[in-house]
Design a protein around this ligand. Sequence first.
Ligand code: COA
Ligand code: AMP
Length: 628
Amino acid sequence: MSYAQVYGQWRQDPEGFWLAAAGGIDWIKPPTRALDDSRAPLYEWFTDAEVNTCWNAVDRHVIAGRGKQPAIIHDSPVTGTKHVITYAELQDRVSRLAGALKARGIQKGDRVIIYMPMVPEALEAMLACARLGAIHSVVFGGFAAHELAVRIDDCTPKAIIAASCGIEPNRTVHYKPLLDAAIDQASHKPDFCVIFQREQEVAKLTPGRDLDWHAFQHGVAPADCTPVPGNHPAYILYTSGTTGAPKGVVRPTAGHLVALNWTMRAIYNVGAGDVFWAASDVGWVVGHSYICYGPLIAGCTTVVYEGKPVGTPDAATFWRVINEHKVRSFFTAPTALRAIKRDDPDGKLVPPLPTLQALFLAGERADPDTIHWAQTHLKVPVIDHWWQTETGYAIAANPLGIEHLPVKIGSPSVPMPGFDVQVLDEGGHPVSPGTLGAIAIRLPLPPGTLPTLWNAEDRFRKSYLTHFPGYYETGDAGYVDADGYLYIMARTDDVINVAGHRLSTGAMEEVLASHKDVAECAVIGVADELKGQSPLGFLCLNKGCNRPHDEVVKECVQLVRDQIGPVADFKRAVVVDRLPKTRSGKILRGTMVKIADGQPWKMPATIDDPAILDEIAQALQSLGLARG
Ligand code: COA
Ligand code: AMP
């Protein structure tokens, strides 16, 4: 069947389409119907089913005779180690870990925070939660204690599972002191913490609260899979919104299983026995969907890579992993390829890649140069696809397993079944092809996408459903061409994308505003050759503050690192007298971005004092920016 036929089939009978896809999942009680629209515009899928995610990702493959097949390959150039875990071993390890959590009181519906680097134990912790019906929330290691504390208070976990340390090429990340500080800062306290001690650093355990990963599993009975309803939250994953408070995206169990399983064949063209590698981190949605759940649900072997695209040890490391582990489909962020291309512009380090069928890119806009470089040197289809934490899988892609459509560089191709994508004007009316507008998806969203935000249904409605009634507002702007290909051009909110990481400028502004000398501030994302965007702060100091500007800037940079974390990559700020604003007081961030990037810009009609823009341009020039 062609893409057009499959998409048409979904359009004709969406519920029938997803019920058919549900056939790829082992149910304890199969769904009798697909969509539950009784609370529209809040929708749920497969609510009357009963199922267990861990069963589908692990146990069923052992029963099907795949026990000896590698489930996880851990390849860690930063520790110089590699090891393989088979499906049978994974079943044993996960059921024991789940048994130990259960013995300590973890039950269906309890929250568990996971704060771990790229080790197989992170996936095992996720799967052990899923086995018990506990709801995990994985927090990325690059966040500071404060961000962890915010998440602890929002999802009130009964337990936290952490590693003693993570390893960045330039330093050891001391997870345990970060965890301790976060628990101190949070109002909610977990009943207990489980610490996975790594060889590279053995952390000091807090008596009465911390348990050793191995010791606490000793002698416990392994746990079986707990049935959960189809709409039971599988996990909460926090992502950046416009304000400092992160949004807790809820992932529903059954839809997640059905949709991810469908994407593995339809989009990535892999199945049981194939090796799939997503070079991301379990702390991001890509890591949830395509390092952990997707490949395991489909019976693939997943690669857990603990390293960087360059410097661990060089720009050939990705190609070594692909060839050594016989990777068939590979997924990474454009920024990783840009880092490789910078070190190896002529592709001299790229060997023949006989097992690789395609490269998939997502997380940020894939620029044409990067795509051309990859096409030329990897000699496989390079497929850009567009998605968000909220959806959990691709909204638009080139579905290799259905039909490899012609690639249009700069476009993540076409909408996937389940997504009726529309480009709207401010009034919510669809615009004609080629016209830029807000990208929205007609409700209901398909299975597996967010039904709500954790503890924040009002925020969910306000953030996504209110602006364009009847639609989900993606927060992205772009256009559709005459062939129905989508082009994602920019965000419509204050979210920026740094090295494929989604960050909130609002959150950074909240931190900067807390500095005692800062009266007012603004953060914008300026174009960055390697990372796509890079945050830049403008600081207006309090009257009477005579301190050297570079001293204040340095403290502000450190403050963001301490409060949000190194992942914010906030390294540049400049002191200015005033910020450009509209007459109603709105900071003209969009105009500042254009000036910084040396793009053509128009004087906003509503500007309060045009002279301020000259001052801003001068400040930017002092940083080597604003050179059009
Ligand atoms: N734990 C702790 N700190 C982390 C971290 C983690 N898991 N990941 C990144 N950091 C830190 C880095 O050490 C760095 O700290 P520094 O300021 O002390 O140098 C900071 O966060 C910024 O990291 P990063 O944005 O990764 O920049 P980099 O300069 O270290 O590396 C790239 C540049 C392009 C190689 C890197 O960004 C990369 O691999 N990007 C791909 C991202 C990706 O796969 N995203 C997934 C989305 S699909
Ligand atoms: P995240 O929720 O972290 O996955 O970030 C989602 C956001 O990243 C999207 O809303 C887009 O702004 C951006 N994004 C992801 N994939 C793409 C892509 N292929 N092309 C353009 N932007 C993308």
